[in-house]
Design a protein around this ligand. Sequence first.
Ligand code: SAH
Length: 223
Amino acid sequence: RSGRAAALRARMEERLLGARFRYLNQQLYTGSSRDAERLFRADPAAFHLYHRGFERQVRRWPERPVQRIVRYLRRRPASLVVADFGCGDCTLAASVKNQVHCFDLVPLSPRVTVCDMAKVPLAAESVDVAVFCLALMGTNLQEILGEASRVLKLGGTLLVAEVASRFEDIRAFLRAMMQLGFRTVSKDLSSSYFYVLEFAKTGPARPGPAPGLRLRPCLYKRR
Ligand code: SAH
Protein backbone atom coordinates (compact mmCIF):
# COMPACT_ATOMS: atom_id res chain seq x y z
CA ARG A 1 0.00 0.00 0.00
CA SER A 2 2.60 2.54 1.04
CA GLY A 3 4.60 1.52 -2.04
CA ARG A 4 1.69 2.54 -4.22
CA ALA A 5 1.24 5.81 -2.38
CA ALA A 6 4.94 6.59 -2.84
CA ALA A 7 4.72 5.80 -6.55
CA LEU A 8 1.70 8.05 -6.94
CA ARG A 9 3.43 10.81 -5.05
CA ALA A 10 6.53 10.48 -7.24
CA ARG A 11 4.37 10.64 -10.34
CA MET A 12 2.62 13.78 -9.11
CA GLU A 13 5.97 15.38 -8.37
CA GLU A 14 7.21 14.54 -11.85
CA ARG A 15 4.11 16.13 -13.36
CA LEU A 16 4.55 19.25 -11.31
CA LEU A 17 8.22 19.53 -12.28
CA GLY A 18 7.26 18.99 -15.91
CA ALA A 19 4.67 21.76 -15.77
CA ARG A 20 7.08 24.13 -14.03
CA PHE A 21 9.78 23.36 -16.61
CA ARG A 22 7.45 24.04 -19.53
CA TYR A 23 6.36 27.31 -17.96
CA LEU A 24 9.96 28.48 -17.39
CA ASN A 25 10.95 27.36 -20.85
CA GLN A 26 8.13 29.37 -22.37
CA GLN A 27 9.20 32.45 -20.43
CA LEU A 28 12.76 32.11 -21.71
CA TYR A 29 11.64 31.91 -25.32
CA THR A 30 9.04 34.65 -25.20
CA GLY A 31 10.94 37.31 -23.24
CA SER A 32 14.15 39.20 -23.87
CA SER A 33 17.51 37.95 -22.59
CA ARG A 34 17.30 40.65 -19.91
CA ASP A 35 13.98 39.25 -18.68
CA ALA A 36 15.66 35.85 -18.43
CA GLU A 37 18.50 37.34 -16.43
CA ARG A 38 16.05 38.98 -14.03
CA LEU A 39 14.00 35.81 -13.69
CA PHE A 40 16.92 33.61 -12.73
CA ARG A 41 18.57 36.21 -10.54
CA ALA A 42 15.37 36.47 -8.53
CA ASP A 43 14.92 32.70 -8.38
CA PRO A 44 18.06 30.56 -8.83
CA ALA A 45 16.08 27.44 -7.86
CA ALA A 46 14.01 27.97 -11.00
CA PHE A 47 17.21 27.75 -13.03
CA HIS A 48 18.16 24.38 -11.56
CA LEU A 49 14.69 23.11 -12.20
CA TYR A 50 14.88 24.38 -15.76
CA HIS A 51 18.14 22.52 -16.29
CA ARG A 52 16.79 19.25 -14.98
CA GLY A 53 13.90 19.56 -17.43
CA PHE A 54 16.28 20.47 -20.26
CA GLU A 55 18.45 17.41 -19.55
CA ARG A 56 15.43 15.15 -19.60
CA GLN A 57 14.33 16.53 -22.96
CA VAL A 58 17.71 16.26 -24.63
CA ARG A 59 18.31 12.74 -23.35
CA ARG A 60 15.43 11.62 -25.54
CA TRP A 61 17.27 12.73 -28.65
CA PRO A 62 19.49 10.32 -30.61
CA GLU A 63 22.42 12.71 -30.31
CA ARG A 64 23.25 15.72 -28.16
CA PRO A 65 23.85 18.79 -30.33
CA VAL A 66 26.81 19.82 -28.18
CA GLN A 67 28.60 16.65 -29.32
CA ARG A 68 28.47 17.99 -32.86
CA ILE A 69 30.15 21.19 -31.72
CA VAL A 70 32.78 19.14 -29.88
CA ARG A 71 33.52 17.13 -33.02
CA TYR A 72 33.77 20.32 -35.08
CA LEU A 73 36.29 21.86 -32.69
CA ARG A 74 38.40 18.70 -32.49
CA ARG A 75 38.91 18.86 -36.25
CA ARG A 76 40.29 22.38 -35.98
CA PRO A 77 43.36 23.79 -34.20
CA ALA A 78 43.16 23.68 -30.40
CA SER A 79 44.67 27.17 -30.37
CA LEU A 80 41.33 28.68 -31.43
CA VAL A 81 39.70 30.69 -28.65
CA VAL A 82 36.03 29.86 -28.15
CA ALA A 83 33.08 31.69 -26.54
CA ASP A 84 30.17 29.47 -25.50
CA PHE A 85 27.00 31.57 -25.18
CA GLY A 86 24.52 29.84 -22.86
CA CYS A 87 26.99 27.13 -21.91
CA GLY A 88 24.75 25.25 -19.46
CA ASP A 89 26.87 22.68 -17.61
CA CYS A 90 30.01 23.47 -19.68
CA THR A 91 30.09 20.13 -21.48
CA LEU A 92 31.77 21.88 -24.40
CA ALA A 93 34.61 23.38 -22.35
CA ALA A 94 35.14 20.06 -20.59
CA SER A 95 35.39 18.17 -23.89
CA VAL A 96 37.95 20.17 -25.89
CA LYS A 97 41.50 21.45 -25.41
CA ASN A 98 40.64 24.97 -26.58
CA GLN A 99 40.37 27.92 -24.27
CA VAL A 100 36.58 28.29 -23.86
CA HIS A 101 34.89 31.32 -22.30
CA CYS A 102 31.66 30.02 -20.76
CA PHE A 103 28.67 32.33 -20.31
CA ASP A 104 25.38 31.60 -18.64
CA LEU A 105 22.88 33.17 -16.28
CA VAL A 106 23.66 30.93 -13.31
CA PRO A 107 26.85 28.96 -12.66
CA LEU A 108 26.17 25.24 -13.05
CA SER A 109 29.96 24.88 -13.08
CA PRO A 110 32.78 27.01 -11.63
CA ARG A 111 33.93 27.70 -15.19
CA VAL A 112 30.87 29.84 -15.89
CA THR A 113 31.03 33.61 -16.10
CA VAL A 114 27.59 34.78 -15.04
CA CYS A 115 26.14 37.36 -17.43
CA ASP A 116 23.44 38.04 -19.96
CA MET A 117 24.67 36.76 -23.32
CA ALA A 118 23.65 40.06 -24.91
CA LYS A 119 26.55 41.67 -23.04
CA VAL A 120 29.56 39.47 -22.35
CA PRO A 121 32.77 40.71 -20.70
CA LEU A 122 35.07 40.08 -23.68
CA ALA A 123 37.03 42.56 -25.77
CA ALA A 124 35.99 43.23 -29.35
CA GLU A 125 37.44 40.82 -31.93
CA SER A 126 38.98 38.58 -29.29
CA VAL A 127 37.60 35.12 -30.13
CA ASP A 128 37.88 32.75 -33.09
CA VAL A 129 34.70 30.73 -32.57
CA ALA A 130 31.36 31.76 -31.03
CA VAL A 131 28.90 28.99 -30.13
CA PHE A 132 25.15 29.03 -29.50
CA CYS A 133 24.11 25.47 -28.78
CA LEU A 134 20.34 25.41 -28.14
CA ALA A 135 20.90 28.81 -26.59
CA LEU A 136 19.29 31.36 -28.93
CA MET A 137 16.49 31.91 -26.47
CA GLY A 138 15.71 35.61 -26.02
CA THR A 139 13.43 37.60 -28.32
CA ASN A 140 16.30 40.10 -28.84
CA LEU A 141 18.08 37.75 -31.26
CA GLN A 142 19.58 40.58 -33.28
CA GLU A 143 21.20 42.11 -30.22
CA ILE A 144 22.51 38.72 -29.03
CA LEU A 145 24.01 37.85 -32.41
CA GLY A 146 25.37 41.38 -32.65
CA GLU A 147 27.25 40.71 -29.43
CA ALA A 148 28.70 37.53 -30.91
CA SER A 149 29.76 39.53 -33.95
CA ARG A 150 31.42 42.14 -31.75
CA VAL A 151 33.62 39.62 -29.93
CA LEU A 152 34.46 37.58 -33.05
CA LYS A 153 37.54 38.28 -35.10
CA LEU A 154 36.99 39.04 -38.77
CA GLY A 155 36.75 35.68 -40.54
CA GLY A 156 35.89 34.02 -37.22
CA THR A 157 33.34 31.22 -36.99
CA LEU A 158 29.83 31.33 -35.57
CA LEU A 159 28.24 27.95 -34.82
CA VAL A 160 24.53 27.67 -34.18
CA ALA A 161 22.79 24.43 -33.20
CA GLU A 162 19.05 24.91 -32.85
CA VAL A 163 15.88 22.88 -32.67
CA ALA A 164 14.75 22.26 -36.27
CA SER A 165 11.12 23.16 -35.69
CA ARG A 166 12.09 26.66 -34.54
CA PHE A 167 12.99 27.73 -38.07
CA GLU A 168 9.98 29.19 -39.87
CA ASP A 169 11.91 29.99 -43.02
CA ILE A 170 15.51 28.91 -43.07
CA ARG A 171 16.34 30.88 -46.25
CA ALA A 172 14.98 34.09 -44.77
CA PHE A 173 16.96 33.35 -41.62
CA LEU A 174 20.21 32.88 -43.54
CA ARG A 175 19.53 36.08 -45.51
CA ALA A 176 19.05 37.96 -42.25
CA MET A 177 22.32 36.51 -40.97
CA MET A 178 23.99 37.95 -44.06
CA GLN A 179 22.63 41.37 -43.04
CA LEU A 180 24.20 40.83 -39.64
CA GLY A 181 27.56 40.24 -41.32
CA PHE A 182 27.59 36.44 -41.31
CA ARG A 183 28.19 34.36 -44.45
CA THR A 184 26.82 30.81 -44.40
CA VAL A 185 29.72 28.34 -44.63
CA SER A 186 27.80 25.11 -44.10
CA LYS A 187 24.38 23.99 -42.98
CA ASP A 188 23.42 20.56 -41.79
CA LEU A 189 19.64 20.19 -41.93
CA SER A 190 19.73 16.39 -41.94
CA SER A 191 18.53 15.79 -38.39
CA SER A 192 14.83 16.18 -37.70
CA TYR A 193 15.72 17.26 -34.16
CA PHE A 194 18.21 20.06 -34.68
CA TYR A 195 20.02 22.01 -37.37
CA VAL A 196 23.70 22.89 -37.24
CA LEU A 197 24.70 26.09 -39.02
CA GLU A 198 28.22 27.39 -39.54
CA PHE A 199 28.86 31.02 -40.41
CA ALA A 200 31.91 33.19 -40.99
CA LYS A 201 32.04 36.80 -39.87
CA THR A 202 32.50 38.93 -42.98
CA GLY A 203 32.23 42.33 -41.32
CA PRO A 204 30.07 44.40 -39.02
CA ALA A 205 26.29 44.15 -39.15
CA ARG A 206 24.45 46.42 -41.55
CA PRO A 207 22.25 48.74 -39.52
CA GLY A 208 18.48 48.41 -39.60
CA PRO A 209 16.01 45.66 -38.93
CA ALA A 210 16.57 42.09 -40.12
CA PRO A 211 13.01 40.81 -40.39
CA GLY A 212 13.94 37.26 -41.41
CA LEU A 213 15.74 36.77 -38.13
CA ARG A 214 12.90 34.94 -36.45
CA LEU A 215 12.78 31.69 -34.56
CA ARG A 216 9.66 30.10 -33.17
CA PRO A 217 9.72 29.49 -29.44
CA CYS A 218 10.57 25.91 -28.63
CA LEU A 219 7.61 24.80 -26.58
CA TYR A 220 7.73 21.27 -25.26
CA LYS A 221 4.65 19.16 -25.22
CA ARG A 222 3.24 17.68 -22.08
CA ARG A 223 4.16 13.99 -21.84
N1 SAH B 1 24.65 24.96 -24.55
C1 SAH B 1 24.25 24.00 -23.52
C2 SAH B 1 23.00 24.45 -22.75
C3 SAH B 1 21.78 24.72 -23.58
S1 SAH B 1 20.35 25.16 -22.59
C4 SAH B 1 24.05 22.63 -24.13
O1 SAH B 1 23.95 22.53 -25.33
O2 SAH B 1 23.97 21.66 -23.38
C5 SAH B 1 20.32 26.92 -22.90
C6 SAH B 1 21.20 27.68 -21.94
O3 SAH B 1 21.15 29.05 -22.30
C7 SAH B 1 20.71 27.58 -20.51
O4 SAH B 1 21.76 27.16 -19.69
C8 SAH B 1 20.26 28.99 -20.21
O5 SAH B 1 20.45 29.34 -18.85
C9 SAH B 1 21.14 29.80 -21.11
N2 SAH B 1 20.62 31.14 -21.35
C10 SAH B 1 19.37 31.50 -21.71
N3 SAH B 1 19.26 32.82 -21.82
C11 SAH B 1 20.47 33.33 -21.51
C12 SAH B 1 20.99 34.66 -21.42
N4 SAH B 1 20.21 35.73 -21.66
N5 SAH B 1 22.28 34.83 -21.09
C13 SAH B 1 23.07 33.75 -20.82
N6 SAH B 1 22.64 32.48 -20.88
C14 SAH B 1 21.36 32.27 -21.22
